[in-house]
Design a protein around this ligand. Structure first.
Ligand SMILES: Nc1ncnc2c1ncn2[C@@H]1O[C@H](COP(=O)(O)OP(=O)(O)OP(=O)(O)O)[C@@H](O)[C@H]1O
Ligand SMILES: [Mg+2]
Length: 288
């Protein structure tokens, strides 16, 4: 791909698998030959870095006051000046490499106050476009094929920045009535943003996650999601897999497991298929 594509994982609900999805889609995209950068805006607990086993080292840097600049610095009024002082490639100071090929900009405690700091910016466009400016000016020149952004499970100034910058949302959904309602609310939110700011944010990928097809209801919800999101639904669902949970706790994705269970195998295939679909959706506009 000759252009950097972006997508942000979002649903106004905790625990549906946003971080898991960003980690696995990132690795799947790498395996398909893309250069991938992941950005964690989801909060100071550093879940995405933990998922790749690089949080402990980063946390040490934070404790020693060496994690500067970091993801919260790029939202600062003074970022332009700071970046100039940092020299040729200011983003290099933010990025951590992982064993699974993806590059990562980890979370930082500075994200704690970011939502309220952004809230102090009067002009809504400026409030929501800080991340976009950073990506346009500093990340795009680095030539990544795909940038995936992990967002907090709530609608706030930080998640708006992520959606605004990405222009495409990835939404992992669990199978249930509440989840269907949440996904619908998301679609309405995206339409509202589009109407208010003339910024198109497309629902690029709806990925059914933690699916247990041994229950009949799961099949019903799967079918309902397929009907509801024919243009965004992933080709396959991600099954519930204890391996995914265990791998995450060991600081790796299911792709790094040497002896994956059948559910983990299925999950890998589903993520690879979802990655292909995502690339089609993100790249679609330039192909015409
Ligand atoms: N397909 C799956 N099978 C089994 N467990 C899963 C699966 N997907 C995610 N999980 C587990 O579910 C939990 C929540 O997932 P994750 O942290 O990715 O959700 P999240 O949406 O990022 O949550 P938060 O809103 O707290 O950031 C984690 O323990 C994760 O390992
Ligand atoms: Mg998360």
């Amino acid at each position: 791909m000759d252009q950097t594509h972006r997508a942000a994982a979002f649903l106004d609900k905790g625990g549906t698998g946003k971080t898991t999805t960003v980690a696995h889609l990132g690795v799947a995209l790498e395996q398909r030959g893309n250069d991938v950068l992941l950005i964690d805006l989801a909060g100071k607990q550093g879940d995405l870095a933990k998922h790749f086993g690089v949080w402990e080292d980063y946390q040490e840097e934070i404790e020693q006051d060496e994690a500067w600049p970091n993801i919260s610095t790029v939202f600062d009024d003074a970022w332009g000046t700071i970046a100039e002082k940092l020299g040729e490639d200011p983003v290099a100071d933010l990025v951590v490499e992982t064993d699974e090929g993806v590059d990562l900009i980890p979370a930082h405690p500075g994200l704690d106050t970011l939502d309220s700091e952004l809230g102090n910016i009067d002009d809504a466009r400026q409030r929501y476009s800080r991340l976009e400016e950073f990506l346009d000016e500093y990340v795009d020149p680095l030539g990544y094929d795909v940038v995936l952004i992990d967002l907090p499970g709530m609608t706030n100034n930080v998640s708006y920045n992520g959606l605004w910058a990405a222009g495409h949302a990835i939404t992992p959904v669990e199978m249930g009535p509440f989840e269907a309602e949440q996904a619908d609310a998301l679609r309405r939110d995206l339409e509202k943003i589009a109407a208010n700011f003339e910024v198109e944010i497309e629902l690029a990928l709806v990925l059914p996650n933690k699916v247990d097809t041994r229950t009949n209801l799961a099949e019903e919800y799967l079918a309902a999601f397929q009907d509801e999101y024919p243009d965004a639904i992933a080709p396959d669902y991600v099954p519930y897999s204890q391996d995914i949970r265990n791998a995450a706790q060991r600081g790796m994705t299911a792709f790094a497991l040497e002896e994956p269970s059948s559910t983990a195998e299925h999950a890998r295939e589903a993520y690879l298929g979802a990655a292909d679909t995502l690339v089609d959706r993100l790249g679609g506009e330039d192909d015409v």
